[in-house]
Design a protein around this ligand. Structure first.
Ligand code: PRP
Length: 216
């Protein structure tokens, strides 16, 4: 019998609903509307889980420090943060991409300024290309930066492309594709291996099924 309660950090916001749907499909009896209240730690005895509703960027921190055993987080956050956690599964949800974006017909200056929520990702990207840039960290509405002259380029997430289109910007290059991942604390992975492995197997089954239905 599986008795260990799993502490699961789930991101509030755009990934939340898709993540919960996946857990439900995988056979875990989790109410769909957890996010609607103000409660941040929610015990779900029927699934042997405790959900921690976190800000997406903080999920790997909770997992690395072991206050959550596992977590769901976007590849964008993992790439930026470089936390010491196991990446167990690509859940294939919340698909989008990290891109370099700019104004059309923009003359590239010698030392461009790049605004982003992802300074580590942006710095690594331009460094690998031998391009000297000044990276400016912003916390949101990144598309504003080229519009009002703060930066020449931005590095940001593109999902539907609506935000860049509506602001007259163009996607210049894709840096990497993003999906949500299941991550685990290294110690929890050993100590609670049975419930974590059980969850992974169930989720993998759902991932395979949806890959199959995409192929048909
Ligand atoms: C993200 C991202 C883009 C937008 C992309 O912002 O930073 O601005 O979504 O989505 P789209 O391609 O579907 O338009 P988010 O909504 O997370 O808010 P933020 O601007 O505060 O970062």
């Amino acid at each position: 019998m599986i008795k260990d309660t799993l502490k699961v950090a789930v991101p509030k916001g755009r990934i939340y609903k898709q993540a919960i749907q996946m857990f439900r499909k995988a056979g875990f009896d989790i109410p769909i509307d957890l996010e609607e209240g103000r409660k941040l730690v929610i015990s779900i005895p029927t699934a042997n889980m405790e959900f921690i509703l976190a800000k997406p960027v903080d999920v790997p921190t909770y997992v690395e420090y072991g206050v959550a055993d596992i977590g769901v987080v976007g590849k964008d956050v993992l790439m930026e943060d470089g936390r010491d956690v196991y990446e167990l599964l690509d859940l294939g949800i919340a698909r989008c991409r990290m891109s370099v974006i700019g104004m059309p017909d923009w003359e590239q200056p010698i030392y461009p300024r790049v605004a982003t929520k992802y300074p580590a990702v942006a710095s690594a990207y331009f460094r690998e290309r031998g391009q000297q840039v000044e990276v400016i960290k912003l916390n949101g509405s990144i598309e504003l930066a080229p519009l009002i002259g703060l930066a020449d380029r931005i590095v940001d997430m593109v999902e539907t492309g609506t935000t860049i289109r509506e602001n007259g910007l163009v996607e210049m290059e894709t840096i990497f594709d993003i999906t949500s991942r299941l991550i685990a604390n290294r110690v929890s992975y050993r100590m609670k291996n049975e419930p974590i492995q059980h969850l992974c197997d169930q989720l993998q089954h759902i991932i395979n099924e949806s890959a199959q239905s995409e192929r048909v």
